[in-house]
Design a protein around this ligand. Structure first.
Ligand SMILES: *[C@@H]1O[C@H](CO)[C@@H](O)[C@H](O)[C@H]1NC(C)=O
Ligand SMILES: *[C@@H]1O[C@H](CO)[C@@H](O)[C@H](O)[C@H]1NC(C)=O
Ligand SMILES: *[C@@H]1O[C@H](CO)[C@@H](O)[C@H](O)[C@H]1NC(C)=O
Ligand SMILES: *[C@@H]1O[C@H](CO)[C@@H](O)[C@H](O)[C@H]1NC(C)=O
Ligand SMILES: *[C@@H]1O[C@H](CO)[C@@H](O)[C@H](O)[C@H]1NC(C)=O
Ligand SMILES: *[C@@H]1O[C@H](CO)[C@@H](O)[C@H](O)[C@H]1NC(C)=O
Ligand SMILES: *[C@@H]1O[C@H](CO)[C@@H](O)[C@H](O)[C@H]1NC(C)=O
Ligand SMILES: *[C@@H]1O[C@H](CO)[C@@H](O)[C@H](O)[C@H]1NC(C)=O
Ligand SMILES: *[C@@H]1O[C@H](CO)[C@@H](O)[C@H](O)[C@H]1NC(C)=O
Ligand SMILES: *[C@@H]1O[C@H](CO)[C@@H](O)[C@H](O)[C@H]1NC(C)=O
Ligand SMILES: *[C@@H]1O[C@H](CO)[C@@H](O)[C@H](O)[C@H]1NC(C)=O
Ligand SMILES: *[C@@H]1O[C@H](CO)[C@@H](O)[C@H](O)[C@H]1NC(C)=O
Ligand SMILES: [Cu+2]
Length: 575
């Protein structure tokens, strides 16, 4: 006979052991259904039919804990082909669920559905989901909130509340017509009419005051804002009048906290910031505002989206909030590259024992990629194009403007059917050297092709991305699928392979999935190719992606069973 006490003790131990065993495995499966459908939405006094998930704009928030499995059934009820990308989710051995159309899957066609099946492993913070075909992500996007495992605290005090703030970009006209027209004529697509905060442009636009995001707060509390830039073509500065923000996380990786009054966030980046409210009720309300950081040669939407930070009044107050003065933040000038540089330099990994920075210390392969604009010959059937000298605007990596295949690269790779789909000769270096950030060469035509780099499993890659001044220097937010990378260093002018590596931070560099290649400069990154599959890398300014600023890495299977990409799910869409 064992005593009750002993039995209770034994049960407690058993529970602990089960808990321990389960904590190593995905414990929970979260089911979501995404009905892609049209919805009429009114903004800036104009009603527009937009593509949405479940009729919501912005789309629903996905909330998961680190370790959870997600099953998202996407049903396409619209006239467009659709695919959804889980931006920043590592997709370890689940490349079939990554989402970029014609890269990891054929699109989900009208009337079809597909279940995205993946786990969230080793990440916590904020990411987002968005359409990954043509320009449909203009309205098809929503937050992904990844909480730490149950019982695991943040490495900073638990915030009182957490609020997603997702920036978007709004066109009055039909964006599919805009990009299709641009790609046919070779000219630049029309710029947007507004930016939005949680789908709302805010009071600084005509006919928009009622479409304003209002964040109501209590005094003396800490709020965590989960910032996401889902805009198509613009990096954004964000600031709240009279309040500082503490950056604690970038791209779902904790960073060493630092205080700033303005955040710079590129399309494709996410960042968590703490907002400490004032201890006493202020006699004011506060505008939060975002507007572009823009360095390129093209026109851009120079407007400002805003929302309002409003303190709950004490219940006995006789005042009205809307009678209080509204204070405005001052944002950096649109081309403030000095601010951008200093801000990015402050981002450092925590790099402690709980959250180590696993920076690859050895390098197996080095790559040097130029990124920038260029021209291609006119293909408009009527023979007339709007680029300089009757050409079409294009963009390229190492002078190759990527051409989308007609079938998904991952399928072609997995079933050994690359012939006629892609070639493996993507150049590791630019085809010719020039002063990348000086006067451009006389011939600025680029070549076109569907070329990839093949990497053996576990290759440690060092990549320097160099902006060019062809047509105009410009900051390009480069996004890598399937991996996080470490941002070792950035600089201006041409990268110097003899001198600049001495500046590489191999101790606590920021670890992220999207980095701005500085305008007229370079950035050096490293990543370990430990995830077999086909991984897209592209500028997250959608206009540049459309022009071909994209390329693909194919990472081969490793020898062990758990180093191989499993076969595709049976419902994988066909082309
Ligand atoms: C949107 O509005 C148009 C014009 O009023 C209407 O024909 C259409 O049915 C509406 N669509 C939806 C999804 O409500
Ligand atoms: C999701 O993927 C996992 C791992 O490959 C597999 O075991 C599971 O059956 C899949 N679930 C569904 C609903 O397809
Ligand atoms: C783009 O803007 C031009 C000039 O305002 C206009 O004529 C054209 O119709 C617009 N294109 C689309 C697709 O809306
Ligand atoms: C050719 O087509 C473009 C639009 O695609 C149009 O702007 C241009 O006027 C056309 N040129 C001729 C000569 O028809
Ligand atoms: C924000 O931080 C700066 C620098 O620490 C400080 O000078 C300023 O007073 C702070 N502003 C607010 C509103 O707390
Ligand atoms: C706010 O208003 C109250 C009463 O109107 C006044 O006593 C107080 O000084 C004001 N506080 C600030 C910070 O302006
Ligand atoms: C952008 O708009 C601001 C006013 O909001 C103006 O001062 C500035 O000159 C504009 N910049 C450009 C590049 O259009
Ligand atoms: C409202 O209540 C607070 C705390 O109970 C008190 O300090 C304050 O003086 C009151 N204000 C008014 C206007 O009655
Ligand atoms: C930023 O733009 C302003 C106004 O157009 C210009 O005067 C200034 O030289 C630009 N600064 C940089 C760093 O390009
Ligand atoms: C257009 O052609 C002219 C004459 O061939 C040449 O001088 C000029 O540099 C070209 N412009 C561009 C942008 O290529
Ligand atoms: C490249 O061009 C820039 C801008 O014209 C110039 O300052 C720099 O000296 C040039 N670099 C080299 C190596 O020629
Ligand atoms: C949708 O995708 C299929 C498969 O790639 C393609 O054949 C079809 O033309 C596409 N339809 C549209 C409307 O783009
Ligand atoms: Cu770009």
């Amino acid at each position: 006979m064992i005593s009750h006490k002993r039995l209770a003790f034994a049960i407690t131990i058993m529970c602990l052991l089960v808990e321990l065993a389960l904590s190593k495995h995905p414990r929970i499966t979260m089911h979501y259904k995404f009905d892609i459908k049209l919805q009429n939405v009114t903004r800036l006094c104009q009603t527009k039919s937009i593509v949405t998930v479940n009729g919501q704009f912005p789309g629903p928030t996905i909330t998961a804990r680190e370790g959870d499995r997600l099953l998202v059934k996407v049903v396409n009820n619209v006239q467009y082909n659709v695919s959804i990308h889980w931006h920043g989710v590592r997709q370890l051995r689940s490349g079939w669920a990554d989402g970029p159309a014609y890269i990891t899957q054929c699109p989900i066609q009208t009337g079809q559905s597909y279940v995205y099946n993946f786990t969230v492993t080793g990440q916590r913070g904020t990411l987002f989901w968005h359409a990954h075909i043509s320009w449909l992500r203009v309205t098809l996007y929503g937050p992904i909130v990844i909480l730490p495992k149950r019982g695991v605290p943040y490495p900073f005090p638990q915030p009182y509340k957490e609020v997603p703030i997702i920036f978007g970009e709004w066109w009055k006209a039909d964006t599919e017509r805009i990009i299709n027209q641009a790609l046919q004529t070779g000219g630049a697509p029309n710029i947007s009419d507004a930016f939005t905060i949680n789908g709302l442009p805010g009071p600084l636009y005509n006919c928009s005051a009622k479409d304003t995001f209002i964040l109501k707060v209590k005094p003396g509390k800490t709020y965590m804002l989960r910032l996401i830039n889902a805009a198509l073509n613009d990096e954004l500065f964000f600031s709240i009048a009279n309040h500082n923000l503490t950056v604690v996380d970038a791209d779902a990786v904790y960073v060493k906290p630092f205080k700033t009054n303005t955040v710079l966030i590129t399309p494709g980046q996410t960042t968590n910031v703490l907002l400490k409210t004032k201890n006493h009720h202020p006699n004011a309300t506060f505008l939060m505002a975002a507007r572009p950081y823009s360095t390129g040669p093209a026109a851009f939407d120079n407007s400002t989206t805003s929302g309002i930070l409003e303190y709950h009044l004490p219940s006995n107050s006789t005042k009205k909030t809307n009678k209080l003065p509204l204070l405005k933040p001052s944002l950096p000038i649109f081309n403030d590259t000095t601010f951008a540089t200093n801000f990015n330099k402050k981002l450092r990994s925590l790099a402690n024992s709980n959250f180590p920075a696993k920076v690859p210390q050895r390098v197996d392969r080095r790559f040097f990629f130029t990124v920038g604009l260029g021209l291609i010959p006119c293909t408009n059937p009527n023979g007339t194009c709007q680029g300089p000298n009757n050409t079409m605007l294009a963009a390229a990596v190492n002078n190759v403007s990527f051409v989308m295949p007609n079938t998904a690269l991952l399928q072609a790779h997995f079933f050994n059917q690359s012939k006629g789909v892609y070639t493996t000769d993507f150049p590791a270096n630019p085809p010719f050297k020039f002063n990348y950030t000086g006067n451009p060469p006389s011939n600025i035509m680029v070549s076109s092709g569907t070329k990839v780099v093949v990497l053996p499993f576990n290759t440690s890659v060092e990549l320097v991305m160099q902006d060019t001044s062809i047509i105009g220097a410009e900051s390009h937010p480069l996004h890598l699928h399937g991996f996080n990378f470490f941002v070792l260093a950035q600089g201006f002018g041409n990268f110097n392979p003899n001198k600049d590596p001495a500046k590489f931070n191999l101790v606590d560099p920021a670890e992220r999935n999207t980095v701005g290649v500085p305008s007229g400069g370079w950035v050096a990154i490293r990543f370990l190719a430990d995830n077999p599959g086909v991984w897209f890398m592209h500028c997250h300014l959608e206009v540049h992606t459309s022009w071909g600023l994209k390329m693909v890495w194919i990472v081969m299977d490793g020898n062990r069973r758990n180093q191989k990409l499993p076969p595709p799910p049976s419902d994988l869409p066909k082309c």
